[in-house]
Design a protein. Structure first.
Length: 184
């Protein structure tokens, strides 16, 4: 799932017009620039965590939008996929800011985060949000299992917004976005 999420989001990143970097996103507290930086930095964050078993400190991150952010994302994504494919990675305990998880659980979070923010970016930049229907369906099934009400709240204060209902006939990625609190 992680490689699929990275591939989907890489396609969206490639379609970002630099003129839109200061635009708004479905994540009200973030601009397109903030979202691109989160997505690109996230790929390396996932890689380092899988490699070392410990989440790196969140310090001052570079503004990836000043360079080739698609290439930087692809480097981090490749590194993350390789790290999660290493022997024992799925069973390794990953020490995260919110607690310890086995690699098998953390890879799901990484996949969901990457894919959902790819959807956010597609929506913010006028691209199609009908992203990888098969993967969206799998991630929705996982999200329905672990996104509890305790994880929902207002933007900037909780990982997910209140669950919304997607319109009848919505594509799987729009249904996932609505479940996560985004307005499709």
């Amino acid at each position: 799932m992680l490689a699929q999420a990275f591939a989907s989001t890489a396609g969206v990143l490639a379609g970002v017009d630099p003129e839109r970097l200061d635009g708004s996103t479905p994540c009200a507290s973030w601009t397109v620039r903030d979202l691109v930086n989160h997505i690109v930095g996230g790929a390396t964050y996932f890689a380092v965590t899988a490699e070392t078993g410990r989440a790196p400190a969140r310090g001052d991150a570079p503004d990836f939008c000043l360079g080739d952010f698609v290439t930087e994302f692809n480097k981090g994504a490749g590194r993350a996929v390789k790290a999660f494919e290493a022997d024992g990675a799925m069973d390794k305990t990953m020490k995260l800011p919110f607690g310890d998880l086995p690699g098998g659980a953390f890879i799901t979070i990484a996949s969901l985060d990457t894919f959902a923010h790819g959807w956010d970016l597609a929506r913010a930049t006028g691209q199609s949000t009908d992203l990888d229907p098969e993967l969206a369906g799998k991630l929705l099934a996982v999200a329905e299992w672990f996104v509890l009400d305790a994880l929902r709240g207002e933007d900037g204060r909780a990982p997910f917004g209140p669950e919304l209902v997607a319109a009848a006939g919505s594509c799987p990625s729009d249904r996932l976005a609505a479940f996560l609190g985004r307005q499709p």
